[in-house]
Design a protein around this ligand. Structure first.
Ligand code: FMN
Length: 409
């Protein structure tokens, strides 16, 4: 699932050296299910051809020659058709025009019709830092425009600084967020994800096959729903979702430290990380030499982070756990919910082929504190959305003064 499925997006391209990256943005929007039509400024056409854009969007591009060509795409029609105007890259010039209501190119015409949308600026660092550009961006934000901040890096002008077009995934994530219901606006959410590692020696460790996809999906959807999200991540190969603050950790001890600290400020804590239960009692600072016989490892329990969180849970804080079980799913999950003072537990079977480890899909039984259960199945983002909707509903219904301990969700 993607919040972009069947969404109609107008991609505005302006005269930046980063215009070639708009092709990747277009492809990624389509990959996530959106229908895309393109508008381009005369300067933009110097950087990228209409043939490329028309081939990929399967539709005529709206440029300044459209009226002469007699093509039936006028800015007003395109603005009625589109649900979002995404300008990527956005030049300093177009940003200035947007801030002043000037409509003298196909992209600025459209911007005035849409009223708001998303812009991804790309320009030289001095152009970006210029107080006029900064004032223009500030004004656009107050008018409801979302700005996908450029990155720092080596710029086309061979200078280093802020001005590099944001990554394609950040730009397209921000388009997804545009369409995500804002049920968690203003809430602080901490999500843990990925696998922990416990080192035996400098080159060997004990871990598990968690991909981190469920936790990353929760972080992304929560951010899209308007929450301020902190992701505490063990090892994964995943890209951090746009706008999510990430703290990377390796060991359970590191995860514990970060989790307890972040939980202090959180409204919601979701434990989706696959946290190792055991670690070697001893760590060898030198690589253990391979011997002829077997090697016996003595293991000890790691701290139970979720239990510590449950013990510290204050009034109005919500804690969600995951239970990966191979047998007696419901009983084991319910026991965990009670023992750890959780508000919700999402139980999933990790047995055989139905295992959620590494998969893009998941099937969980969401169990509430009062014993009510709900079966949720789908892509990890669909599952994340349903879990977060249940959390949002609970947050909304929190009676003043009631304590987390006796709350009936
Ligand atoms: C090679 C080249 C690269 C440029 N790159 C950028 C850029 O990355 N960002 C920017 O704001 N302007 C850039 N410009 C300047 C714009 O193309 C110029 O301001 C133009 O008027 C923008 O028109 P538009 O906003 O209607 O597309 C570049 C110009 C040239 C010649």
């Amino acid at each position: 699932m993607s919040f972009l499925k069947d969404k109609r997006i107008v991609l505005g391209i302006t005269g930046s050296i980063a215009a070639y990256k708009a092709v990747e943005v277009l492809r990624e929007l389509q990959k996530r299910g959106a229908e895309v039509r393109v508008a381009i400024t005369p300067a933009g056409k110097k950087f990228i051809t209409l043939l490329t854009l028309e081939s990929l969007s399967s539709y005529p591009v709206y440029d300044e020659s459209v009226p002469e060509r007699g093509t039936e795409i006028f800015h007003t029609e395109l603005a009625k058709w589109g649900e979002l105007l995404l300008i990527a890259p956005a030049t300093a010039n177009t940003i200035a025009k947007l801030a002043c209501g000037i409509a003298d190119t196909p992209v600025t015409d459209l911007a005035l019709c849409f009223g708001k949308g998303i812009i991804a600026p790309a320009m030289n660092v001095r152009m970006y830092k210029n107080p006029v550009t900064q004032e223009n961006l500030k004004k656009l934000k107050t008018l409801g425009w979302e700005v996908v901040e450029p990155k720092c890096g080596y710029l086309a002008c061979r200078e280093v600084g802020k001005g590099k077009l944001a990554s394609v995934s950040d730009i397209v994530d921000s388009a997804e967020y545009w369409f995500t219901p804002k049920l968690l606006k203003g809430k602080k959410i901490v999500v843990t994800a990925g696998a922990t590692r416990e080192y035996i020696d400098p080159v060997r460790f004990i871990s598990n096959p968690s991909s981190g996809k469920m936790g990353y999906a929760l972080a992304k959807v929560a951010r899209g729903m308007g929450a301020e999200v902190t992701l505490i991540s063990g090892k994964t190969c995943l890209t951090t979702p746009y706008g999510v603050k990430t703290i990377t950790v390796e060991t359970v001890e590191e995860m514990k430290e970060a989790a307890l600290k972040e939980f202090e400020k959180a409204d919601v804590y979701i434990s989706a990380a696959a946290i190792g239960d055991y670690r070697p009692t001893e760590y060898s600072t030198e690589k253990i030499k391979k011997g002829e016989g077997s090697l016996l490892l003595k293991l000890e329990r790691t701290p139970d982070i979720l239990k510590l969180i449950g013990e510290r849970k204050r009034e109005k804080q919500i804690v969600v756990g995951f239970a990966a079980e191979t047998e007696n799913l419901l009983e084991n999950a319910l026991q965990k919910l009670k023992k750890k003072n959780l508000d919700f537990i999402a139980a999933n079977s990790v047995k055989g082929s139905s295992s959620a480890f590494g998969s893009d899909r998941n099937a969980v039984l969401l169990i509430k504190r009062n014993g009510k259960t709900e079966k949720i199945e789908g892509t990890k983002e669909e599952v994340a959305l349903e879990i977060l909707k249940a959390v949002a509903e609970t947050l909304k219904n929190l009676p003043n003064g009631n304590t987390a301990g006796n709350r009936n969700v």
